[in-house]
Design a protein around this ligand. Structure first.
Ligand SMILES: *[C@@H]1O[C@H](CO)[C@@H](O)[C@H](O)[C@H]1NC(C)=O
Ligand SMILES: *[C@@H]1O[C@H](CO)[C@@H](O)[C@H](O)[C@H]1NC(C)=O
Ligand SMILES: *[C@@H]1O[C@H](CO)[C@@H](O)[C@H](O)[C@H]1NC(C)=O
Ligand SMILES: *[C@@H]1O[C@H](CO)[C@@H](O)[C@H](O)[C@H]1NC(C)=O
Ligand SMILES: *[C@@H]1O[C@H](CO)[C@@H](O)[C@H](O)[C@H]1NC(C)=O
Ligand SMILES: *[C@@H]1O[C@H](CO)[C@@H](O)[C@H](O)[C@H]1NC(C)=O
Ligand SMILES: *[C@@H]1O[C@H](CO)[C@@H](O)[C@H](O)[C@H]1NC(C)=O
Ligand SMILES: *[C@@H]1O[C@H](CO)[C@@H](O)[C@H](O)[C@H]1NC(C)=O
Ligand SMILES: *[C@@H]1O[C@H](CO)[C@@H](O)[C@H](O)[C@H]1NC(C)=O
Ligand SMILES: *[C@@H]1O[C@H](CO)[C@@H](O)[C@H](O)[C@H]1NC(C)=O
Ligand SMILES: *[C@@H]1O[C@H](CO)[C@@H](O)[C@H](O)[C@H]1NC(C)=O
Ligand SMILES: *[C@@H]1O[C@H](CO)[C@@H](O)[C@H](O)[C@H]1NC(C)=O
Length: 824
């Protein structure tokens, strides 16, 4: 969750508006498809996806046309707060259509949006075209926005319709003009969403009908001194079926400069050192008044030549419909790995699930072969927009591990390559550049999760476990000179056993805030390293990191009392004394709108985007150790209840992901099931505002997916917590192991699928069997016993809360209780 703004008050303010975007036809089409698919054996899963979920209420989702993990995501860019380009807000105007976007990243600056193209009619000719952003921005025609996997469309209020479809690094744009108008286009060289241009070039080749653009732009979530290079290639003639008329360049600024160079074909510009803001680009028109114009676009992070080659090789002379069909087929491959009982699942659940699975394969952006800087020419896979690992380690990669380990292995390779090239694994790569660290080195948990779940296949999947382990150890042992963008502040952490506040760090630099939450995240990362050490039989490291994983206790101040509950995580001084922070600060109940809770230098709370109430639950590897600190089962359960009832829980925040399932550890799993139903229906729905804030690179999509499936993965382990599915049965196909596992909810009661489970509705887990064998514990099972083998899982549910409120022989594992010591 990276926005550098205080979240809660803004969400409350904006949620009051109701917008009518996208076209009402989108939901009608999806609803009809879900009904029609009830009895189909191989439905078109893309028909259930609503790409607009999360495009309002700061969800920052990009509904643009993309293939799975596409480097290209075609969307329009709108004015206002629109990090992903598109937003539903009809009071905002459209700047243009562009090929590069991220999805679900909360950069307050916005991200990408380079190479915008804007169609227009210039009734009084070339010289009168509105080229500069503020002049060309146009309202949409309300209720016409449309999108489906592989397709995006929007109509301007001047009736020009824009459509796009894409491949990994290229795409086709189709523009339909009102009858009788001459098509004009402005193509932008300099503007991107963060307004970060630091120089570039543009060339128009009128014979070939080709415009090439290259330049450098700045980071959306990282040091302002970094910049990245990007290139594009626009082919204007649609295989010779279109004829160019006028062409030229333009330059403009806010103080009256509004020049057009008819017939000029080159721009070659450097950064404006005095800091003035100029806009530049190309302007061209077509002969006659053709109704439709098709433009082919290629992009590259290497060169304009490569951008053109990408368009030639990935699109060639294929038609718009051909490319759309290809994209849709790629999406169906991803989406069909999970098949649910469509006839007996609530339509909203179907739509939520497939829309979430869609976003869970939308990012990170696959820029393999498109590398620059330290990664130029790397032999490894390369993904841009790891934005941020703090968001994605908890559920996003565990979901990938469940279904698509080949994709996961490629991304793990990319993390390890970060260590090879820069010395530490990436934490928050944005726009091909290192972005700001939020917690610690969460990449440790990501690659650790892979190692624990796929060590038998690692070599076949291209991963060397010893190398993976070396990368983890670099994060855990080597303090970088500057730890704001990679690695951790481990020197002080290991000296004190916690990240001290107000301590001298004589050999490294970084923003010395968030000491409480950094200690908690570091400790969990250490647990992940411990699991990998166990896997590799490295006894010394195993003991060392096991010990470090318990350091979460070192920031536990048992004297702090809030709402009658004793003991909270707190920032701590080097001499061991705690420095008090009110545990409700930065919670949704905090009324101080000026308090800084994020990465700001004046966030003095000790926590990142969370209250102490919230982060005090965070020790996923040792929840029972935490339960003991809190005073035992009864207090723990009362405290959890209070956390939710008092409004301290923040559904849209990653540290809170596992909290609703905390009751499992106090042997009260029925209460977890009630909480998860409540969390889902109070925070998620199928509308554009249907996410509790930023999707955080599908962190929200993946936690929702697990909730709907009645599962929750403990990151860095092979353990799943068992809950109550929202569907009577589903089958998960593991696309690499080639196993299929069907999970049946025996006694499924559709009445139970709502925020409050009505009395008498079956929802509580009574019995779990794996391939006919009853489990002695009903609260967890292991990946190795279930999804790796395949077969039948039966979760029998009962309306009897008392019967369902018992794990059986054991609660899920915790490290200080001897858990997680035997690997599979
Ligand atoms: C699906 O099959 C059931 C049972 O055969 C039938 O009642 C129902 O109408 C069918 N639904 C659709 C949408 O065809
Ligand atoms: C679209 O709807 C918004 C909000 O109702 C309104 O302000 C705007 O004028 C409408 N735009 C057009 C082009 O009708
Ligand atoms: C028009 O485009 C199609 C492909 O879309 C191509 O087959 C055809 O040759 C083109 N026509 C001309 C005149 O180049
Ligand atoms: C831009 O101009 C500089 C200075 O003349 C030159 O070195 C460079 O090659 C030019 N770049 C392009 C892409 O034309
Ligand atoms: C990424 O792109 C490369 C090169 O085309 C391809 O081999 C790989 O399978 C892609 N990975 C994913 C996860 O899409
Ligand atoms: C670790 O030890 C176990 C048990 O002795 C053995 O099966 C396994 O192969 C060893 N693993 C490694 C990476 O050496
Ligand atoms: C630790 O340092 C703080 C701040 O200087 C001081 O207030 C506190 O008394 C010290 N605690 C001990 C135990 O010396
Ligand atoms: C304790 O934290 C507060 C901010 O909450 C800060 O102003 C103060 O300087 C800190 N005390 C010490 C001794 O560092
Ligand atoms: C919590 O409950 C479990 C299961 O009922 C029991 O085994 C355990 O001893 C209790 N723990 C504490 C600290 O009360
Ligand atoms: C489905 O979602 C829509 C939009 O949130 C809501 O209005 C409707 O009540 C939901 N339907 C059911 C049956 O929950
Ligand atoms: C899933 O449920 C449907 C409808 O209840 C049933 O027809 C189908 O056989 C079930 N699938 C499995 C694998 O149990
Ligand atoms: C659980 O289901 C299995 C398989 O149907 C059955 O043998 C067992 O008795 C059931 N246990 C309970 C507690 O219902």
């Amino acid at each position: 969750m990276p926005p550098l703004i205080s979240i809660a008050p803004l969400i409350l303010f904006f949620a009051a508006f109701v917008y009518a975007q996208p076209s009402p036809e989108v939901q009608k089409r999806i609803s009809a498809a879900i009904v029609a698919a009830a009895n189909e054996s191989s439905p078109d899963y893309t028909a259930f996806v609503n790409p607009f979920i999360g495009t309002d209420n700061f969800g920052d989702v990009c509904p643009g046309a993309s293939i799975p993990f596409g480097m290209v995501k075609f969307s329009t860019d709108l004015t206002g707060y629109a990090p992903a380009g598109y937003v539903t807000d009809p009071t905002q105007t459209i700047r243009g259509l562009s090929p590069l976007h991220d999805s679900g990243t909360g950069s307050s600056l916005g991200t990408y949006g380079n190479f915008e193209i804007m169609p227009m009619t210039c009734p009084r000719g070339f010289d009168t075209c509105t080229t500069m952003l503020s002049d060309r921005e146009t309202f949409r025609k309300n209720n016409t926005d449309d999108a489906s996997p592989g397709y995006f469309s929007q109509t301007l209020d001047n009736e020009i319709k824009m459509e796009a479809t894409s491949t990994r690094r290229a795409g086709l744009e189709r523009f339909t003009f009102p009858e009788g108008s001459k098509p004009y286009f402005v193509l932008d060289l300099s503007n991107d969403l963060p307004d970060s241009f630091v120089g570039g070039t543009m060339n128009i080749d009128p014979e070939q009908g080709r415009v090439t653009i290259g330049g450098r732009w700045g980071s959306s979530f990282g040091p302002g001194s970094f910049s990245y290079q990007a290139f594009s290639c626009y082919d204007l003639l649609n295989n010779g079926n279109q004829t160019l008329d006028e062409y030229g360049i333009w330059e403009a600024n806010a103080y009256g400069l509004n020049a057009k160079g008819l017939g000029q074909t080159h721009l070659n510009l450097t950064q404006s050192l005095i800091g003035d803001h100029y806009e530049y680009g190309a302007l061209f028109s077509y002969a006659e008044t053709p109704e439709q114009i098709i433009i082919r676009v290629g992009v590259s992070f290497v060169s304009t030549d490569q951008a053109c080659t990408n368009a030639e090789s990935e699109i060639g002379s294929s038609s718009f419909d051909d490319i759309m069909t290809q994209s849709k087929a790629l999406w169906n491959e991803k989406l069909s790995a999970i098949r649910i009982d469509l006839a007996n699942t609530a339509p909203n659940v179907t739509e939520l699930l497939y829309s979430s699975l869609y976003r869970a394969s939308l990012t990170p952006n696959n820029a393999t072969g498109e590398t620059q800087g330290a990664f130029a020419g790397t032999a490894s896979f390369y993904f841009d927009s790891l934005y941020c690992s703090w968001d994605t380690f908890r559920t996003f990669y565990p979901l990938m591990a469940l279904q698509h380990p080949v994709d996961f292995a490629q991304i793990v390779d990319n993390y390890i390559d970060g260590w090879r090239k820069l010395g530490w694994m990436p934490e928050c790569r944005a726009n091909n550049l290192p972005g700001w660290t939020q917690g610690g080195s969460s990449g440790d948990v990501i690659v650790g999760h892979f190692a624990i779940n796929y060590h038998n296949e690692a070599a076949d999947l291209g991963i060397d476990l010893n190398e993976l382990y070396s990368a983890m150890l670099a994060d855990g042992d080597l303090n970088p000179m500057e730890w704001d963008i990679q690695g951790r502040e481990v020197n002080l952490y290991t000296q004190y056993g916690y990240v001290p506040s107000d301590a001298i760090d004589p050999s490294s630099t970084g923003r010395q805030t968030r000491e409480g939450s950094r200690t908690l995240e570091y400790a969990f990362e250490d647990f992940s390293i411990r699991q990998a050490a166990l896997l590799l039989n490295n006894t010394a490291d195993e003991e060392r990191y096991l010990n470090r994983s318990l350091w979460y206790r070192n920031v536990w101040d048992k004297t702090v009392v809030s709402d009658g509950f004793h003991g909270f995580m707190q920032k701590r001084l080097p001499n061991g004394t705690f420095n008090f922070t009110d545990p409700t600060d930065c919670s949704p109940q905090d009324t101080d709108e000026n308090r800084e809770c994020s990465l700001q230098g004046d966030n003095v709370e000790g926590f990142y985007e969370s209250s102490s109430w919230e982060y005090s639950w965070f020790a996923p590897h040792d929840t029972n150790g935490l339960l003991d600190l809190m005073g035992g089962n009864d207090t723990f359960v009362k405290r959890l209840d209070h956390f939710f009832d008092a409004g301290y829980y923040l559904a849209g925040n990653e540290p809170s992901f596992q909290t609703p399932i905390g009751y499992h550890y106090a042997n009260q799993p029925a209460k977890s099931i009630q909480r998860v139903r409540q969390v889902v229906f109070e925070n998620f729905d199928i509308t554009p505002a249907g996410l509790p804030g930023n999707d955080d690179q599908a962190a929200m999509a993946s936690v929702l997916t697990f909730h709907l499936l009645g599962l929750y993965p403990v990151p860095g382990t092979s353990q799943f917590l068992i809950l109550s599915p929202f569907t009577p049965n589903y089958t998960i196909h593991n696309t690499y192991l080639n196993t299929s596992t069907t999970v049946t909810t025996l006694g499924f009661d559709p009445e139970s699928v709502q925020a409050t489970i009505p009395h008498g509705a079956a929802a509580y887990v009574k019995n779990v069997t794996l391939n006919g064998v009853e489990l002695s514990t009903k609260c967890h099972f292991d990946f190795y016993d279930v999804f790796r083998i395949g077969g039948e899982v039966v979760i029998e549910v009962t309306p009897d809360i008392t019967q369902g409120n018992d794990c059986g022989s054991a609660v899920p594992e915790s490290v200080s209780m001897g858990g997680f010591t035997s690997l599979r």
